[in-house]
Design a protein around this ligand. Sequence first.
Ligand code: UDP
Length: 462
Amino acid sequence: AAEKAPATASGGTRRVLLFPLPFQGHLNPMLQLADVLHARGLRVTVFHAAFNAPDPACRPAGYRFVPVGAGVPTADLVPTGSNADFAGALLRINERLQTPFQNSLREVLEDEEGVPACLVLDSNLRGMQVVADRLGVPTLVLRTGGAACLVAYMAFPALCDKGLLPPQDHSHLNMALDDLPPLQLQDMVFSTTTPHETMTTCLERIVESAKCSSGVILNTFNDLEDVELQKIVDGVCVPVYAIGPLYKISSGAQSSLLSPDQTCLDWLDKQEAQSVLFVSFGSLASMDQEELVETAWGLANSHMPFLWVIRPDAVHGSGKVGLPDGFEEETQGRGMVVSWAPQQDVLGHQAVGGFWTHNGWNSTLESICEGVPMICRPHFADQLINARYVEEVWKVGFELVGKLERGNIERGIRKLLREEEGGEMRRRANDLKDKAIHCIKKGGSSQTMVDLLVNCIMSLPS
Ligand code: UDP
């Protein structure tokens, strides 16, 4: 329930501006944060790119949505392919949206009653932070990744100075990084297509956005990443608010760009408890046709029930998704394929026993908070770090390494769903789920941080 609206000195409620990055894994937590702040009585204005725009109809009345950069070319702004150049796309987004944002922000400042308390930016939007600084609007940044990821990004320049990055000798890729346990050098190779200079600039700007803000908000919780959060506190020198899991403290309103197929929940109702493998690789990662075929036969040969999300753009190269002949007949009754799932409900369903994931941060966090162990298959960016933590720190899953091949997949699925090792991972995941629930209760660390964050926003000069 909404708490009593905090009043400003002038007696009205304060407005907060937000600007998410236009990708599913970034829109979700930013809009969840908007909901949390709205429930605390703040008024909300959401700036958003004209592409991948959120649907205002999914939010409560009273939100204002301001599109930025209509007409800007977008073809090279969305990273695609198995090893996408996400860093290049981020730099282009900043460059192309900066002037349109300056115009939009000016208009909003002129139109809206009262000075906004602040702008909450995705930490990938350093270019917009420069604009806000210029127009005198204080900023907070939202990191939609885990704390370990920001720690790794902060450590990136030192590894470059030491000559370790970019890696010269591929035999050293599994070298342990002593200052960043349990990470290995290969976990810091975030893309093999992005030029090193582009990656360096991109990560530098992310860290800069945190240091130049009035506070950093993270979608994680203290019991999960206390050591990493402390490193951030020490490194950024501004207040740090770990308020996750955001999806558990927000209203639950939708922010999917694709429409989720709800019928899979009815199908799950008919399956045995903890028997189903949920397979989903987020909103951007893709595979080639051969990997799709191996995945299909790995699932079929495991003889376990599965729910598999294959997005319309899930297969790169051919552009067309072709499940192998005989697959549907072979898996009839125990397999379901959808193009987009209500993922949080699926992971929270008692029939789901495991999650084969690409380890985007939202997926990783959702799996942990629903007590579901994972098979990890990271593709790029922070997914490599998240998978390493899942396997070695939280011990709630394991990585499927090497070439995607049906025999390995089948063995991995059976290990997760059938063997004792998988059962132990499930027990540890359930322990973390309990900790997450505790953090978001009254007096828990995340709830306390939300209080501090709202106080901070209310006390910014008006
Ligand atoms: N998601 C969903 N349905 C799907 C697949 C994904 O609702 O079928 C959601 C998922 O719950 C998560 C987000 O999309 O909140 C994906 O974010 P993540 O950080 O895991 O990966 P990304 O898409 O950024 O690679």
